[in-house]
Design a protein around this ligand. Structure first.
Ligand code: BES
Ligand code: MN
Ligand code: ZN
Length: 522
């Protein structure tokens, strides 16, 4: 039994491919979340966890457990320096009088002001502290908590438990999670389930994005990305895929120029969710560069592998549409994904080439590594031309310069409309996908003036993220528009947030789901 793939001989009878079988197994092994009555928490076997408040006070669930375990938690608190401070944990192994193998108190800070966001984080921290403990179930006791709090805990754990392990055929037992089932013990099971339904749809969207972003470029090339999005149609989404011939017909010379050095066909995915009335849709546009070598303006080898996630913007738009359909959001939304691969090749576009965009404007391609803006130029024009949307938000891992400007904790927000910018900024604060507004100064237009064409695709080092945004603005009519440069936040290594494991973050899905909820469903 050597080799990483031991293929069962009977697989051909049931599955068309090994990948299909692997996916089914994956599905089966996924951690499950259940809601159970609070009264069942003390008798649970496996791992148990509940909250303690700053100052040492036990949550109602923890107090019940403490009583059943003859004061084991109280004694442990007295023996340790545990204060219930946010994020601190205290673990008691095999306490007498109960059947739990592990009992964990998670500090949530002061009881006053405890909200869903803090509970979401604390539940994720409790899960992370116990995920490899050896037990296969974790019971989180939330006796006395509201349905919203119970649902927030379930969301936190779902997001924290994400891992991209599709290509691991061997893994050391001590790093592999053992928890298979999480039971959230609450007072009102049906109401908590109901509160969790939209959050579960949101989590599914975030996870869809994380999977897409994590996939390597040999697997997820434009047509494969398009196929995975097309497969969402049963959720009630309408998905059209345009190939190179259709895009050429539309005059998308900017997008097509980027993909022309690749043996993979460029694609434009058009995803529609019609959950609203007759109003024009809100549009979301994503940069989907499945791999960015830089093209003829080739990137250095060091770190080039990171460019598998240069489709993070398109990934976020796809995950957002997944979430909106999953929770049947009351909005009309359209998602456009510009899917290409930027490769050097005998047929690749050259520095100095001039391309004609769908808008009719010509672009001098000074640097083939500034490709995202070329893809977006046509995707932005297309969505305005066809859908006349009430507003547009584009997301793109567009520039290294935004990493320099804002670091890894904020996406860059650019907008031609203060009111839209304000709504997005607020959604950033409530959702945790934080944004910081950047300027669109007219004076910097000089940097992208071309001698030979209407505009050129790079503006030099000063304000590199800003001139990229100014370039995009050339392809926006008078529609309210915002551009999110997410190059610093689409992927994190390491991550400092318990609900975001290292790697693909899914940034943008929670943000825009919140934006839609606040703007159209409040
Ligand atoms: N995909 C990159 C931007 C990027 C860089 C994303 C680092 C994530 C991490 C983009 O296509 C790019 O190459 N931008 C260039 C633009 C330059 C040539 C004007 C950059 O930022 O260096
Ligand atoms: Mn590039
Ligand atoms: Zn790129």
């Amino acid at each position: 039994m050597e080799g990483p793939l031991r293929r069962p001989t009977w697989r051909v009878m049931f599955y068309t491919s090994y990948a299909a079988l692997a996916n089914r197994i994956q599905e089966f092994l996924k951690m499950k979340i259940e809601f159970v009555p609070a009264s069942e928490a003390e008798s649970a076997s496996g791992a148990w966890a509940s909250a303690a408040f700053e100052g040492g006070g036990l949550s109602p669930g923890a107090a019940r457990f403490d009583q059943a375990a003859g004061g084991a938690l109280t004694r442990a608190i007295a023996a340790a320096k545990f204060t219930g401070a946010k994020g601190k944990t205290l673990q008691v192994l095999a306490p007498a009088g109960v059947s739990a193998s592990h009992a964990l108190l998670i500090g949530v800070g002061p009881q006053a002001g405890l909200n869903a966001a803090r509970v979401e984080t604390a539940a994720a921290e409790a899960y992370l502290a116990l995920k490899t403990c050896g037990a296969d179930t974790l019971t989180l006791s939330l006796a006395g908590a509201s349905p919203e709090i119970g649902a927030a805990a379930a969301l936190g754990i779902t997001l924290a438990a994400y891992r991209f392990d599709r290509y691991r055929t061997r893994e050391k037992a001590d790093v592999k999670p053992t928890i298979q089932t999480v039971r959230i013990a609450v007072n009102d099971v049906p109401a908590t389930k109901e509160a969790f339904a939209p959050l579960s749809a949101l989590a599914d969207g975030v996870i869809f994005t994380r999977d897409l972003v994590s996939e390597p470029a040999n697997i997820l090339y434009p047509a494969e990305f398009a196929k995975r999005v097309k497969a969402l149609e049963p959720m009630g989404l309408q998905v059209e895929i345009l190939g190179e011939a259709e895009m050429a017909e539309l005059g998308m010379g900017a997008l097509l120029g980027v993909g022309q050095g690749s043996s993979r066909e460029s694609q434009l995915a058009v995803i529609q969710w019609k959950g609203g009335g007759d109003e024009p849709p809100v549009a979301f546009v994503g940069k989907g560069v499945c791999f960015d070598t830089g093209g003829i303006s080739l990137k250095p080898a060091d770190g080039m592998e990171d460019m598998i996630w240069d489709m993070g913007g398109a990934g976020a738009v796809a995950g957002l549409m997944h979430a909106l359909a999953g929770r049947k959001a009351k909005v009309n939304a359209v998602g456009i994904l510009g899917l290409v691969e930027n490769m050097p090749d005998g047929n690749a576009q050259r520095p100095g080439d001039i391309v004609t965009s769908m808008s009719g404007q010509t672009i001098e391609v000074i640097n083939t590594d500034a490709e995202g803006r070329l893809v977006l130029a046509d995707a932005l024009w297309y969505v305005q031309d066809r859908f006349k949307p009430q507003l547009i938000v584009d997301l793109a891992t567009l520039t290294g310069a935004i990493v320099v400007a804002l670091g890894h904790d904020f996406g860059g927000l650019y907008s031609n409309n203060d009111e839209l910018a304000e709504r997005l900024f607020k959604a950033g604060q409530t959702s945790g996908d934080a944004l910081w507004r950047m300027p669109l100064p007219e004076a910097y237009e000089k940097q992208i003036e071309s001698d030979a064409a209407d505009v050129k695709n790079v503006g030099g080092r000063p304000g590199g993220s800003i001139t990229a945004a100014l370039f995009l603005q050339h392809f926006v009519k008078d529609t309210p528009w915002a551009h999110l440069d997410i190059a610093a936040v689409a992927w994190k290594k390491p991550s400092r947030v318990p609900t975001i494991p290292q790697g693909a973050t899914g940034f943008g899905v929670r943000l825009l789901n919140q934006f839609v909820a606040d703007s159209y469903e409040a």
